[in-house]
Write a protein that binds this ligand. Sequence first.
Ligand code: ADP
Ligand code: MG
Ligand code: MG
Length: 978
Amino acid sequence: MPTKKTSSTKKTKTKKKTGTTKKAVASKKTPKPKKSTAVKAKASTKKTTSKKTTVKTKTKTATSVKKTVDKKTPVKTKRITVAKGKYYYYFGDKQADGKGTMKDLLGGKGAGLAEMSRAGIPVPPGFTITTDVCHLYYENDMEIPQKIDQDLEKYIEKIENSVGKKFGDASDPLLVSVRSGAKFSMPGMMDTVLNLGLNPESVDGLAKMTGNTRFALDNYRRFISMFGNVVLGIDKELFEKVILKKKADKRIKQDSSLQKNDLMDIVKKFKSICKRNSGEAFPDDPYVQLRMSRDAVFRSWNNPRAISYRRMHNIDSSLGTAVNIQAMVYGNMGNTSATGVGFTRNPATGDKEFYGEYLVNAQGEDVVAGIRTPQPIAKLKQELPDAFKQLKAITTRLEKHYRDVQDFEFTIQEKTLYMLQTRSGKRTVQAAIKIAVDMVKEKLITKEEALERVDPQQLDHLLHPRLDPKAKYNILAKGLPASPGAASGKVYFTAEEVVKHSGKQQTILVREETNPDDIEGMNAALGILTARGGMTSHAAVVARGMGKCCVSGAEAIRVYPRKKQFQVGKLIIKEGEVITLNGTTGDIIIGKVPTIEPELSGEFSKYMSWADENRTLKVRTNADTPRDCQQAIKFGAEGIGLCRTEHMFFAEDRIPIVQDMILADSPEERQEALDKLLKFQKKDFKEIFTAMQGKPVTIRTLDPPLHEFLPRLEEVMEKIENLDKVDDDYEEKLERLQKVIKRIDELHELNPMLGHRGCRLGIVYPEITEMQARAIIEAACELTKVKKLTVLPEIMIPLVGHINEFKNQKEVVQRVANEVIAKYKVKTLKYMIGTMIEIPRAALTADEIAEEAEFFSFGTNDLTQMTMGFSRDDAGKFLNYYVENGILPSDPFISLDQIGVGQLVSMGKEKGRSVRKDLKVGICGEHGGDPASIEFCNGVGLDYVSCSPFRVPIARLSAAQANLRVKKGTGKGRTGTE
Ligand code: ADP
Ligand code: MG
Ligand code: MG
């Protein structure tokens, strides 16, 4: 458990060094520290993440890191015990110690390399240091226990034997890469060092051996800058600037055009940057380089970007990373060498096409970093046909083997292909659905497996609007359609600016190219635009994962972050101006373009029909208007779980009547107003019943406190001031406004949430409940009689805590219903009267209540509020802090507190059903659309969940997944079929 331990063990140390070293960053940014450290951790975050601090203090970084690898360091008294075990896993030469299923121990990359090696796929040999070592490293005060460290040479020897070169050899050196790799892939979030093992002697050796001095120096400068950045904590930009300057001086565009002498000069400058910033000479001993890099990669598990990424993707911070050390192969050896990445299917659309990009004479991250815009993989077929054929064959095989789309990395060294990574490919939700459906057709996976392949939350992205095809607009420029969807927003040029502005408005992040440091900004922006980088660039990959629209590699635009503007030809677009991106076509447009609702594909309906076959939990919707109902029906809702009648009261033509009702001095006056409202409500219900096509509709009687329908005091005062005294009806108007003020005063409550609301209103003013019952039953009778529609009204009494409250309201509803039914003579009309369970006492006495109520609907919003004692309107002040600091695992208003509030739900249901076997039970809080809460409801055995229309598909898939997990024995509770 690296993260937790460090927060306590390093506490005293970090305090002394206040935000200096990388280690400090790592340990202090530890998520979920104990309460006592929480405040400190937060306070120090700013300091530690600021680049300036890191740059200024590299001296300490380098020395403190160095110490950990210096063999002469006296043995400390504090030593942890290292259990006997296997900490190194070799792979290469068509065999491996580990295998593909060992992701926990070897990380995804290590497991993939082992699996490929076993399958006889050409993989440069290497070994993986396990995640266990990562844990030990953190536990042992950021130092690899000696017992483990001492085997490093032995495994390097294995690589040496395999490739026939020696590590650090002056004439023909073995170079290695040191690569991070956690259980779940976190693309680009952690660190990797390439070409390790070079020094002034071995670089000469490499040059002589290959007869290619340029190549040797190219490797050397790459190594120094990566080591400088990853291990010594030096800002990448310092190195990049040197290269940019050189290219500008030489008037060349491509790194690959740099000549021998240029590179020699660059190497010299890089070294002095390292020396200046770290305070020590650049280490030449390959083993010192190796140990320092290994430790830095372990530390990169806790760099700020990795921490944010894990937070965004809900990845457990205690997993730790493995380190892979692997023989280098060279894509930068000339024009028959290349490096690239690809997918076995299109990750944006899901189409079955070989998809990828490569760069000739390049290495490692060049492709994804957008340094040059890479070539589409189809071109490789012409340039290096044999390697292409082999690549296609291998990756097709990998897809079949893993039974999932593979995202792979490869390098071609003088026409020979090597695979460097394979993992299941991240994809948009469109692609995920298409691929899942296609793979079932291809008999590669089962329908049940297909249902596990899509994250329900992601379905949300599908339901977002796209550009109206009828809209007229001029395209400013075009880039690559990197991630589909459309977004309009104000442009900002740094991640920080985007984060700063996106609370209040919609923003677009515009960058030359993105890198992992931009992650927070990318998360906050609605869309991302980059001038460089291809379809597999960082921006593209991350945006697709986030379901965010992205246009990448728009070469026609020039980005000037310092001037806060970008330029297309002569046109300048400044910070804060609005643009629109169409990630489906790559179009960039000035201004805002209208959008339309999305159409759902044939694959989507097929996929969702499989979900429906596999679930028993029903999904209803919370809807108050016919429009919402239609939307929800389109998304597959099976009824309304909550129709809030008061929402109909707020319409402009109704609110004055509602106010008349509230201001009435006598029951007669009140009745007059209610009669007017009756007409409106009846019409609304007729429309809603019609839209719901015979599906059940739960209607809640009036719930909010009456003052919510009155204007604010200041508004009334202002109106009085503005009254025209010469007006004929001045007196009349004034009188009414004064009455409003009096009423506002009378209705004022100190704690309205627990005040006169819910059934308490209908009990004190039965005529309100009467009117609503009449509107519902009359609407139902008329539709049944005249239109011959089936209507299933379920009348729900809110905020019941005592059985007598329910009895009181039930009597009112029943009396009115009998009267209306007799009047219309519709004997066939079936209706139900039930209650919302949202007060803890109601859950505690659910058996009593179920004697009278025909259904329960858990109002988990209020139930959470009242059980936890958190006012929903005020909890924002501390809830974020609670969640960020691990006081609570998540926001209980978003994801149900299963242990506490959930206990009331399951107990309420059990008690209710104990007296009424066929009691219908559902939930209608926000939780009805949250996958974890849905899984809980499924496990408890509720009949349905109800959520907002746009979350209906999410709930359908979550319910199916929950059921499948129970069947497999990995989920909670039971299948609904039991
Ligand atoms: P990430 O986890 O960020 O993808 P990797 O460890 O995969 O980082 O390394 C980044 C890039 O470095 C890879 O795309 C690959 O091209 C290159 N690379 C890593 N190891 C080697 C190697 N042994 N030989 C050649 N290239 C390598
Ligand atoms: Mg990689
Ligand atoms: Mg409520």
